[in-house]
Design a binder for this molecule. Structure first.
Ligand code: FAD
Length: 445
């Protein structure tokens, strides 16, 4: 089916009812909508902004392809020509580690994607499968107390702002960090203050990039030599460097308390000064051009919701939880949640009597993935929000190639102590994966 153009959408009338209403057209929302539409389910998706819209989170690890295969988005992603990346290099407390995805047996590359392009591609793909997509339409309240949920929205597509309501059988909240339903439920919890981080980031043109050989290359070589995602720690946190086709995303993560006393201009100054002082990064950015209006920030992004799925609602992707971007698990988590939810909703539509059971099973799955990501990325979790037994069970089910990559990656920072404890408790041997983590004396930047 040909992709519908935005003009058609602007004039289209929003239906009064549908089977499934998805709130948000990021990777989570687009994917669950696409999967349901493939099964013949009538889906309406609302996004409060018009795509393409800016989004951070440009590093994708190679497991993501299997989810793209499920939705059918793979050929479109391949055709787009995003930057294929070779692996990762971290400089953590002065120690240099390198991994290459090909050594784990992945046959398809990981990617660095411009998220505005990537997310719009997924959304258009969902639409091509029959999802009715309405952009610039924001859901504002959800009434779940009735047999048939009701979602009230504000339609900002035309010159006049209009209010409306859709009745549906299931609501899927994929509203990202806005976490609409968690806000309504008052179920959003921030993690322990020691693990409460803030991110500051911006974009550069003409930055050199690091390749798997530990050397740096000029920005113009990006199509010829595969970059790695480059991560370096500094006194207060860590920094990412992600080279894309024309632009490089560079961001830092620090404890929220560290930035509390600064205003926005102070945070931008801190950001730029930190990059200038960071080992190796100073050299990558030496003749790069900072995009003046590109500075962004996201405070307190590590949270989880205590209520995720119920008989007529599901919260997925960042609307359910977000950990920390260090191991690039955000988009993967969104895709995984979307797959589990599509399955649960399809089964529930077929057999409504079992919908509570399906919701419970799905919630466990979402929590398992969250616990896995959190133990990998946050040094200590103190037990809140994570069921260790669920995570151990999940670890035993992760496909070996994927588990091995995460086991190897967990040695590249000092953030994964919980992960190592759970791995040992689950009876998994960490040692074999370590042979694929290479130590380097120095980078030739
Ligand atoms: C600093 C930082 C760096 C990151 N780096 C990475 C990385 O390198 N790799 C990675 O995989 N992940 C990364 N992530 C995480 C990743 O960006 C997210 O996990 C991912 O975007 C989640 O997808 P989503 O669909 O759940 O939400 P989103 O992508 O946030 O999409 C939500 C959508 O919902 C819409 N919406 C919100 N409210 C409403 C409403 N009321 N009505 C209608 N629509 C609404 C929004 O407009 C948006 O389009 C990073 C995150 C941060 C904060």
């Amino acid at each position: 089916m040909p992709l519908r153009s935005k003009t058609v959408l602007i004039n289209a009338e929003i239906p009064k009812r549908c089977d499934v209403l998805v709130i948000g057209g990021g990777p989570a929302g687009s994917s669950v909508a696409a999967l349901l539409a493939k099964q013949g389910v009538e889906v309406v998706l609302l996004d409060k902004v018009a795509h393409p819209r800016p989004q951070v989170g440009e590093s994708l690890i190679p497991h993501f392809w299997k989810y793209a295969d499920h939705t059918g988005a793979t050929p479109l992603i391949e055709k787009e020509g995003f930057v294929a990346k070779a692996g990762g290099i971290t400089v953590w407390n002065g120690k240099i580690h390198r991994i290459a995805f090909a050594e784990f047996g992945f046959t398809r590359p990981a990617l660095h994607v411009e998220r505005d392009v990537f997310d719009e591609l997924l959304l258009k793909h969902a639409e091509s499968l029959g999802v009715q997509v309405f952009q610039q339409v924001a859901a504002n309240t959800v009434d779940l107390s009735l047999e048939s949920p009701k979602v009230c929205y504000v339609d900002r597509r035309g010159n006049d702002v209009c209010n409306g309501r859709i009745d549906c059988r299931f609501v899927i909240d994929a509203s990202g960090p806005s976490a609409l339903l968690a806000g309504q439920f008052k179920s959003k919890r921030l993690v322990d203050t020691r693990m409460r981080f803030l991110s500051l980031w911006g974009y550069f043109k003409h930055s050199r990039f690091v390749a798997a050989d530990g050397r740096s290359y000029p920005a113009t070589d990006i199509g010829k030599t595969r970059p790695v995602t480059f991560v370096t720690s500094f006194k207060d946190g860590w920094i990412w460097h992600i080279a894309m086709r024309k632009i490089t995303s560079v961001g830092l993560v620090i404890n929220t308390n560290r930035a509390r006393a600064m205003d926005k201009a102070g945070r931008e100054q801190f950001f730029l000064e930190t990059l200038r002082r960071a080992p190796y990064l100073d050299r990558l950015l030496e003749s790069a051009e900072y995009q003046e209006d590109s500075f962004c920030e996201r405070p307190d992004y590590s949270y989880y919701s205590t209520k995720l799925c119920g008989e007529n609602f599901y919260c997925i992707g960042d609307s359910a939880s977000f950990v920390d971007p260090i191991y690039s698990h955000g988009v993967l988590n969104a895709f995984y949640n979307a797959n589990m939810t599509a399955l649960a909703v399809c089964e529930s539509l077929k057999d409504p009597a079992r919908r509570v059971r399906h919701a419970q099973l799905c919630e466990n799955r979402i929590r398992q993935f969250y616990g896995f990501s959190r133990s990998l990325a946050l040094g200590e979790f103190g037990g809140d929000g994570v069921d260790a037994e669920l995570v151990r069970r999940f670890m035993r089910q992760v496909p070996p190639v994927e588990l091995e990559l995460m086991l190897a990656a967990s040695s590249m920072s000092d953030r994964s102590e919980n992960f190592h404890r759970l791995v040992a408790d689950a009876g998994i041997d960490l040692a074999p994966s370590q042979s694929r983590v290479h130590f380097m004396e120095e980078l030739q930047l």
